[in-house]
Structure formats: C-alpha cells, structure tokens
Design a protein around this ligand. Sequence first.
Ligand SMILES: C[S@@+](CC[C@H](N)C(=O)[O-])C[C@H]1O[C@@H](n2cnc3c(N)ncnc32)[C@H](O)[C@@H]1O
Length: 452
Amino acid sequence: MANPRPGDVLQLRIDTPAFGGFGVARHEGIVVFVRFAYPGESVLAKVVERKKTLLFAETVEVLEASPNRRKPPCPSYGLCGGCSCQEIDYEAQFALKVEVVEDCMRHIGKIADFPEPELIRADREFGYRNKMELSFGEDDGGIFLGQHIRGRFNKLITAERCLLMPEVGRDIATSVSEAARSAGLEAYNNYRDCGLLRHLTLRFSETDGGVIAGITARSPEIDRIRTLLEPARDRFTELVGSSMVLNERVGDTAKGEVTNLFGRSYIEEEMLGLRFQISLESFFQTNTRMARVFYSKILDFAGEAPNCVAFDLFSGTGTIAQILSRRFAMVVAIENVERAVHDARISAENNDISNVEFIFGSVEKQLAGAIGKYRPELVVLDPPRSGIAKSSLEKIIECRPKAIVYASCNPTTLARDLAMLTESYIISRAAIVDMFPQTYHIESIVRLDGKD
Ligand SMILES: C[S@@+](CC[C@H](N)C(=O)[O-])C[C@H]1O[C@@H](n2cnc3c(N)ncnc32)[C@H](O)[C@@H]1O
C-alpha cells in the first residue's frame, strides 16, 4: 500500500526493538514503529499516526509469533497504559531492553567502543512498584479507581488490582473506592471542571511494610477526604499515614498543597545501611529492592577519594549523595523539588551525615555556583528522561572532574549526552539494570574517565 494513512492496515515484519515499547518495521522504505510487536514477528498493524518520515501502528493480528510470547498475566494488559511487554516472557523482555540500549549507543551516540555492559536483571516480575498513582473515574457502577486507557486522557479502566503494585495497595485502593461510592462522591471531571476526587497516590515501604496514602482533591473538603481513608486505616495496619493533596486548578495532576490527615506524611526506607525519609511528592526510585542493587552499582562505579569532593546532580531525596558521603570528603547535591531537598536534609541528619551540602534549585542555575565553590573529583548525574541540558554538560566538562558516573532512565538522551562527553572522556564501564519488568523502561549506568 503506497502512502499509508491512519486507519490503514499493513502487513509488517519486525526487525528490531526501539525505546518506548515498539517493534521497528519498514513499509516501502518508511520506518514504522509498531506497538505490541517483537523482532522476528510478522503482524498486521493498523496505522495510528503519521509523521513526516515515519508511521506509528498497533498490532491487530499476529501472523507469525515470537516463540517468547505468553498469555499476559494481567487482564487489563493492552488497554492500560502502564505495561508494554507483558505478552513476552521476562528473559525476552530483558534481552530486548539490552538490545535497545546498545542500539542507541551505536546509532544515536555513534559510540563504537561502548564497553560490554554488566547485565542486572530484576529479581521479581510483579508487585515491585513502591509508588502507585490511580485516578478516580466514573462508570455506570459509580465512582472507581483506575488508570488511563493508553492514549485516552478522559477514559479510565479499573486498576485497583494492578499486578505491579503490592497486594496491600490493591486492598487499600478497593477500600477507598468503596468508601467513595457509598459516600456518593463524584470524580473530578477535567472537561467540566466539576467533581471532587482526582487521584489516590500510594507509597509503600519495602523496609517496614508501611504505606502512606494521599488523595488529591479539587477543593479542601478535609473531613470528607479523611472519611474515605478511615475504613482502610482501621482495617490495614500497614497504612501508617495519609494526606489530602489540594489541587484547585483545572488539569490532571496529582500534585498540590499537602495537608496531613493522620499518621505520618512520609515512609522510611533502608538503603545500604542508611535510612531515608520519603514524602508523597518526593522522587524515589520506584522499585526499592532493585534500587539497592542500582545504588550499589553506582557506588561501585564511583569508587572513592576520601580527600576529594563529589557532586550528585539531580539528587532527589539525596540517596546517592548520602551513600557517597562515606567515600568522599564532601558531597554537593543539587535538586529542584523543595520537598525532596527537605527530606534529604532530614535523612542526612538522622543518618549522622554532615558532609553533604544540599542545594535546592535547578542544575542549570545552581551548577555554576557550586563549581565556583568546589572542584569535584567525581560528578554523578541521574537526570530525568530528558537528560541534562547542554549548557550544564559543558560546565561539567569545563571543570574537568576525573570521572563522571551517568545514571539514566532514557537510553536515547543518554546516548546523545555521551556523544558530547566522549569528546573529552572515555567510557570505561557500563551496566544495564532492569528495575521495571513488564514495561519498556530500563536504567543504564556508565562510568567515564578523563582522557588525559
Ligand atoms: C531520575 S530522578 C533521580 C533522583 C535521585 N538521583 C535518586 O536516585 O533518587 C531525577 C531527579 O531530578 C530532579 N530534577 C529534574 N529536573 C531537574 C533540574 N533541572 N534541576 C535539578 N533537579 C531536577 C527531579 O525532581 C528528580 O528528583
């Protein structure tokens, strides 16, 4: 079929995987990114989007299946936007992620000598998420908690029983939605800007089993919100605290002003011998058990220099900075979420750590000042998916730390940034750590050493 358009169905053979949960095929020279299709397969796929030089499509029928296919364990798989590769077995998922990372290094980063990465698989396939954000929606049965249907921002499917969240989270979610139904409360409607309940956020501690819950509401109806959480508090000893998050704006975010309703507003996690306080709104790696493995590898790549300074850029709740503080004279951490910096300072105090300076602000704005004050021997960076700004990378290169450890959740931006870094540094070690089974997400860690 020449010049395919959305709605057209194409027969495609999948050649390679791509970041984002796609299989890549070619149709008359045009690259097609196909969802739910894996290398070696032949599929019929419906075009869903057309861009200038490429197409996006979704599998409607598998003509020749990969031997790694299996029945997806979750009945909502495919519809829910959370998981993207449940229908192939774990070993195949991991192999595809490794192929994607190596492919990004070759094609985006043009890195010919990327070292053989250490491969670290996840230790379990399900129940690993320590944070879940569910949305309130309504159907004929009344209000319920669910997740957005992939690509549909106004439609939800029930996800109280999502397999990625711990069992107790599913029970708390069911209890909250039952309470909301019997109280006759309405889900917030984004289009009409009416209704009260927006989201339920749950945070789970792997260390002590404690859970905190936050309900994001459109208006400050504290008593009504508290009532929704009381049945869960009385039934599940794991629920150690809950909050109301007030978001009075139009739009669909779970963030807002937090008011504590009962118990604690944070969970605690133990990581490599230290204890961390983590609030509802602070960033924390979503798979706690694998985060320990991930941080151990970062530490291994970082080495030690007891008389020198290290930087931890994009420091979140200060985990890496505090772990590094035992091996460096001083660590400077920069993070732009105020609550995360607050959590980090409290944890450092509780951990008796006094050689970390936590700076609140963006790396773009704060890095120059930090470099003016200290000369880092090591820079660790763990940026969000978009990677680090070019101007910040230039500043790091200019101040010539002996080594850089770059941890990344997006191999495409990692490859882009490595292309620049490898002008002055060589990549000496690499690791690929899977913290997110059933999804296309993957963490990579790279150590770079100065060329001279
Ligand atoms: C991938 S997380 C890493 C957090 C931390 N290293 C950890 O392991 O928990 C990225 C962090 O960068 C923060 N962030 C995003 N953009 C930033 C910026 N421009 N400047 C400083 N921090 C930023 C986010 O709030 C988040 O905490």
